[in-house]
Design a protein around this ligand. Sequence first.
Ligand code: SF4
Length: 490
Amino acid sequence: MPIKGTDVAKKLPQKKGCKDCGFPTCFAFAMKLSSGGATVDKCPYLSAEIRAELEDALAPPIRLVTVGSGESALKIGNEEVIYRHEKTFVHSPGIAVLISDKEDEEGIEAKIAKMKELQFERVGLTLRADLFALKFESGEKARYLALVKKVCDAGDVGIILISEDLGALFAVRDICAGQNPLLYPITKDNLEQAIPLIKQSPTPVGVKAESIEGLIPLTSRLKEEGIEELVLDPGSRNFLEVLRDQTLIRRAALKQSFRPLGYPTIVFPSAVGSRRISRESRVKSQESRGVGLQTPDSGLRTPDSGLSTIDYHGLKEILTASMCVIKFAGIIVLPDLDKHALLPLLVQRLNIYTDPRMPLAIGQGIYEVGQPSEEAPVLVTSNWSLTYFLVSSATEESKVHSFVCVKDTEGLGVVTSWGAGKFSGDSVGAFIKKSGIEQRVNHRKLVIPGKVARIRGELEEALPGWEIVVGPREAGELPGFLPAFARSLT
Ligand code: SF4
């Protein structure tokens, strides 16, 4: 549990009238510290011991870790709650795609291309995978080096370097040190050898053990050495172990303030439950349960889905990844990117990591759809992102260049904001007057959403000289409405 402001105050020097921290009293500074609004170093009168004690007590229960740099930097951790409805989840898990240096050139190029291509626009955001995970498996260091160089040159995304060979790991780290890669795995066997190498050029590292208990001495030792940019892999071997371990780590960090586990995690869904059942056993098992269709070439097919066995394993990986989005992973490493699997995963991530207290909203203002002229239609709507994107995409579909005036309704939809008094005739009128739209069009016709037709009279009073036109009730009807309306303006 975070330390209380009153407990922080007891540790401060209580110098009367000092104010060197920028706050009128020690107590005011303590309150700000406990809410995360200030840092301990602002008070110059703390002993090193008290300062360290306070820094430790005030540190977030799950450390914030950054992988990558610049615009592609991925921040994970810093979570404060177990259940999203308690407050919000903060940093969504990074999605990585694995490339082994044993793969052929064609396969590597295809994965790099997919990373660039598979980007999806949704409610004004670009959804995409975040990281390449580059694995040393060939045993040929030159080959691994070439892979890392190729990916570093090609991508604007973060990098995870994976190698059991510490020499190879730190050799390639130097190639992309500026990109702040995550190095994985640091284990009990290579820990002492790795510590001086990590300290030479600090970078985040993935710590792997065979169990949660096995992680504790490793993270404690790294912390002793001042290495705290850590990501945890408890070595979960199947779906249930992943669920259990991710939950235990999150609970230990948040409920028990157990610092050795206060770090984000990494999961490899393809390594979870990867025990392949032979085709014969699978057929036998399914036949005994009276399910499944055996086909000569493609193996077993599930009765309803028609998925091949390969698809079935892919589906298991995606289900594991999906569970990890909900159950607390910091990074999820997929064996490949498939658009049919990636899109739902990204949308799920967006939904889970959207602050439930804040509706997705866009800024108040005038938005252009196409290249509107002075004779273009003017529509007004609320600033709930979903509303805006429905209206703008339907307007685009109509092929009528238009202005969409978006009023700040604190992220509420049109009808809800009208009910809350945020989309009344008076307030919409005041917004339109201030918006500057009168200088951009040579007509005075404003289209309002059909569902709030009742504000028309009030709006006409608030906007003298304007004709208020009641538009369709649904955004989807705009393509049928706008062309004829636009002709009436010319
Ligand atoms: S600088 Fe330190 S001693 Fe001075 S008011 Fe702030 S907290 Fe108190």
